[in-house]
Design a protein around this ligand. Sequence first.
Ligand code: ADP
Ligand code: ADP
Ligand code: MG
Length: 481
Amino acid sequence: MSTNKTKGKRILIMNRGEIALRVAKACRELGCVAVGVFTDNEMQAKHLEVCDEWIHLSGSSNAETYLNIPKILDLCKKYKIDGVHPGYGFLSENTEFSDTLVKNGITWIGPHPEAVRVMGDKAVSKQFAEKVGIPVVPGSTGAVPTVEEALKIADKIKYPVLLKAVAGGGGRGMRVCHNADDVRANFEAVGREAASAFKNGDLLVEKYIVNPHHIEVQILADKKGNVFHFFERECSIQRRHQKIVEEAPSPFIGDDEELRQRVCNSAVKLAKAINYDSAGTVELIMGEDKEFYFLEMNTRIQVEHPITEEITGIDLIVCMIQSAFGDDLGIPGQEWIKRTGHAIECRICAEDPITMLPAPGTVTGCETNFPQGIRFDNCLYKGLQVTPDFDPMVGKLIAKGIIRDVAVRKMRAALDGLLIEGLKTNVPLHKVIMNEENFIAGKYSTNYISTVKPQERVNTEMDFNDICKKIAGIEARRMGL
Ligand code: ADP
Ligand code: ADP
Ligand code: MG
């Protein structure tokens, strides 16, 4: 008999946007009370429609709201919260927050704090991975204190090298250096930037792997020592070291099952070594030669988790909540986790599709006309104001097919049927990528955007007019015109 400690729990969703909505759905499925928050600036957030209760998180800046630990703790006490789901970003990898909750008898829906402490620092986690026997990127395994030392390491591992903030995240705090002059010119500046952005100026120096693939393994574990992997995702289509298209399985690994097993087993080995007990992701960088190295572990649910859910049929957020309250995951063994088909995710961001820079604005119309089987995790509604205060991602379009070609075909049709008016988005860029020959062939690395340059083929004018016409048509029909 499996236990059910999760049912009836009051869960505070300490996030916003599409992930708040996604977590609320999982809470309701489990018979929990989904408690959402809204700030002074986002009174009408779409996730509130899915929550059972909503409370005011007063203030407008992130410091006053989503990052304010004492204020959140007070709300937890006042509203008798049993557990907190942090989503991604914000306080999701902050051990002060998880420690505070746990000390106050509130369940943290995430891994135990020690796992976050070790994995949250790129130097500490690299040392840990090396100790466990997972290959790490050549270079320093600890913070490099001086530019002289950085130059010595670079000479040894050969250029190009990457200066990387140990506390970095979201693709920030990284600089590629092609020669000693680059290192001299950038070392202090990157350290200063890291110190101001992440409150920690320490830097690693590592080999910059050329034309690599970003491969990551989804992990899910319970509180009883069971650690499972859910295969890999490939997230090599990136801009500014941030993912925009992800797919599972990886086209680069393809049908090399021996390699896939080694990749997944390495991730499980690492997660077991840290007694991992929640959902998490082990990120790897893989060279053209298929050698792979540990990059970092994200100790939270990730943006791109849906593609793994689509190919394995498991609800990762539901399992993450069950795991936190000590329930069984209902998975008898690794061999029960199978994958079928292929899934692709396009991150829909309020940004200029050519420069790929954030483009805040207001949604004046939003309609969807998707092919069968499309999943659209989003927080869009007519009237939504996208401000520069938050990440510009407003949704994730997910397509699945029995083989990759079918998933790509469905994604093309889904992008054509995603009509967002008033807001500049990267939908036109995704349309180019889904029709571009290298992508179609599954042959691309993290340099895709900078070398293939799909952004140069974007035609926004045509797209914009088309969308306005289509939305006007839908609205006219609705009004019986
Ligand atoms: P994922 O693989 O889940 O996309 P990201 O590293 O892109 O992981 O982070 C997810 C979200 O969290 C993004 O919105 C990103 O901007 C934000 N984020 C992650 N780490 C940091 C950080 N250290 N500082 C600021 N934002 C971060
Ligand atoms: P973040 O915490 O910002 O996600 P990561 O270490 O995961 O930082 O790196 C983000 C991206 O930067 C990777 O997906 C990859 O594209 C690139 N990158 C990081 N390290 C290297 C490296 N040593 N060589 C080549 N590319 C790298
Ligand atoms: Mg990363």
